[in-house]
Each structure stands twice: as C-alpha cells, then as structure tokens.
Design a protein around this ligand. Structure first.
Ligand SMILES: NC(=O)C1=CN([C@@H]2O[C@H](COP(=O)(O)OP(=O)(O)OC[C@H]3O[C@@H](n4cnc5c(N)ncnc54)[C@H](OP(=O)(O)O)[C@@H]3O)[C@@H](O)[C@H]2O)C=CC1
Ligand SMILES: O=C(CO)COP(=O)(O)O
Length: 314
C-alpha cells in the first residue's frame, strides 16, 4: 500500500475512506474493536469500503507515505514513541494545532523527531463527514520540497478531494491551527447572544491576529488568504458542524460541553498566547480564548476586555 493513515479518529477515517477510492489503504488506530462493524463510531453513518484495512498493529503497515491524523497535543508523544519506525518516510501532518509543551507546530515536531523524513502538511476547510461522503472538497498540501509537494499532491488527490500545493509549510500549518481559536471566539459571540455583526468583527479582527503571528513565524502572507487560513476560518466560524465553534457556543451561553471532544483551539489558544507574549505581538482575541478555556476569565467580562482596549487604526 503506498499510503496509510495513522490515527483512526473522524478525520483519519474520512481521509482513508476517500483514498480507498483509488486503491488499498491501511488505517491505524490504537483501539480498533469497532472495525468488525465496518463503521467507526467517531464517523457514524459512513460504511468503510472493502479496500480499507483497519489495524492496531503498526508493524503491519509498510507505506512510504503516512498521513498523521492524531490530535495536535498527542502527536509529540506518538512521535517520540515511534520515531525509528516513522523516520525516512513521507510524513504528512493532518493535525490543526500548536503543541503546548514546545510551542511549535506539528511539522516542526515531526522534523525534530524524524530528521530523515520528508515533512508535509495537509490542511484546509473540510469536515470529516463531507470528505467521507465524497462531497467536493479542496485542501492545501504543503511541503518545502517542490518535487515532493507535487508527488504528494498527485498521490493524495481523489475524485472528490482536490488538492492545491504550496511550499509554505509554516503558513499552511498556522492557518489551520489559528482558525480554531477564532472559531471558539466566534461561537462564544453567538452563544452569548451578541449577534452576527459581532461575529463578523471577531472573524475579521481574528484574521488580522492570525496574519500578524503567522508573518512573525515566517509564513507568507498570501498563504493565509488561501484555503488553509481564510477558507477554513469561514467554514469553522459559520458552521455548527465545527467542534471548536460549538465549544465556543457553549462557553458563550454558559452551558457545559461534552468532555472528550477534540477541541484543538483551546490548547492552541494557550500556546499562541505564550508565543505572542514571547514575540511581543498583540493577540487580544487569542488571549481571551485562552483565558476563557482556562477558566481565568468569566464570559461576562469578555466583551468589556475587547471593547475597552485603546482605540487604534484598523
Ligand atoms: N474531524 C474533522 O472534521 C477534522 C479534523 N481535523 C484535525 O484532525 C485531527 C484529529 O481530529 P479528529 O480525527 O477529528 O479527532 P477525533 O476526536 O475524531 O479522534 C481522535 C483520535 O485520536 C486518537 N488518539 C487520541 N490519543 C491518542 C494517542 N495517545 N495515541 C494514539 N491515538 C490517540 C483517538 O483514539 P481513541 O478513539 O482510541 O480515543 C481517536 O482515534 C485534529 O487536529 C483536527 O483538528 C482536520 C480537519 C477536519
Ligand atoms: O478543521 C475542521 C474543518 O476544516 C474541523 O473543525 P473542528 O475541529 O472545529 O470540528
């Protein structure tokens, strides 16, 4: 099998289903008891195709290309444990977050753990269920090596999944990670009853924050204007399919939120807040989301913290 997927959550399973339309694909998960039913409870209603083999044994996988679809905060531990097995392959990060322990993105974690690997990133606006159902979706494939980027773009494109390519790994990865924070803020604005105009302000000023930090970390500005930044921001700030947006809705409304749901923006906001402080960059919305997620800031104070900031040029 030329491509395998590591991480059998909603996204890993959806990517494996889409890729299985082109050939045999292996999907690794740490607990695959559900596979007998040919349906992953993390992706209900999607029947796994015959060409998709599910396994809990890494040693059964021998693909040159691995899509790493684990949550950002568990990726570092997985890389440390399996670095020897992973190194030398083409490793495509699919997680959208920034590691709290190191304040780096997944591709830097991969490069540090696997120095001989080709590192790439697959990101952009896409709900797992849309991909798995074969609905038309466009994503960004980023790899610093232009030839490897082109090869991966060809290998990972399917009939319904169209990939664009870039060599700006930092920009693509940061677009996907940072939009999750803004999706929480947008959800909180709606959940608190502040209305659609407030949400539009949060999205626009949030996008300005994303661009500020991304530029300071070496991203090309135009990358953030593409699928991985603006595209994914639009999707996750407007749809209740987004877990980050739904988490924000719950925060804003003062409702509890389902434990165990993957909400990458909460930890990423904390990482970004620290990173921005180190770099001397203003990230008021990210700081606020970090404070809300940690319980340091109460929702009833959130609005004033934003509205009472000094007036400035746009
Ligand atoms: N869902 C989506 O629509 C999209 C998700 N993404 C990104 O993909 C990444 C994964 O998200 P998603 O698949 O949705 O998450 P899910 O919550 O659906 O699944 C998380 C998966 O990670 C596994 N996992 C957790 N901890 C470990 C660990 N220590 N070792 C091995 N496996 C572990 C879980 O295993 P177990 O089931 O055993 O707990 C589960 O299979 C995130 O960064 C997300 O932002 C990107 C685009 C779209
Ligand atoms: O990244 C996503 C869509 O592009 C999925 O968003 P959530 O993780 O908020 O569900």
């Amino acid at each position: 099998m030329s491509v395998s997927v590591i991480g059998a959550g909603a996204f890993g399973t959806a990517l494996a289903v889409s890729l299985a339309s082109k050939g045999q694909v292996a999907l690794w998960g740490r607990d695959t008891g559900w596979a007998r039913e040919r349906e992953n409870p993390r992706l209900p209603g999607v029947r796994l195709p015959a060409g998709l083999q599910v396994t809990a044994r890494l040693e059964k996988i021998d693909s040159e290309t691995l899509l790493l679809a684990l949550p950002a905060q568990v990726l570092g531990g997985f890389l440390t444990e399996h670095a020897d097995w992973l190194d030398g392959r083409r490793l495509v990060n699919c997680a959208k977050g920034i590691d709290l322990a190191t304040l780096t993105g997944p591709s830097a974690l991969i490069a540090a753990a696997c120095p001989k690997a080709t590192v790439a990133v697959l990101t952009g606006p896409s709900f797992a269920t849309d991909i798995a159902r074969g609905l038309p979706t466009a994503l960004t494939l980023a790899c610093a090596d232009p030839q490897a980027a082109e090869a991966l773009q060809t290998d990972l494109t399917t009939a319904s999944l169209r990939l664009y390519r870039t060599t700006d790994v930092a920009g693509a990865e940061l677009g996907g990670a940072l939009k999750n924070i803004i999706a929480i803020a947008a959800g909180a604005a709606i959940g608190a009853g502040y209305g659609d105009s407030a949400r539009a302000s949060v999205v626009t000023r949030g996008f300005a924050e994303m661009q500020r930090l991304a530029s300071a970390l070496g991203a090309r500005p135009e990358t953030l204007n593409g699928l991985s930044g603006l595209g994914d921001l639009v999707l996750t700030c407007t749809s209740e399919q987004s877990r980050n947006f739904r988490y924000g809705l719950a925060l804003g409304a003062g409702r509890p939120f389902a434990q165990g749901t993957t909400v990458e923006g909460a930890a990423t906001a904390r990482a970004v807040s620290s990173l921005a402080r180190q770099k001397g960059i203003e990230m008021p919305i990210s700081d606020l989301v970090a404070g809300l997620a940690e319980g340091r800031i109460a929702m009833k104070h959130a609005l004033n913290l934003l509205l009472n900031r000094p007036l400035k040029e746009e």
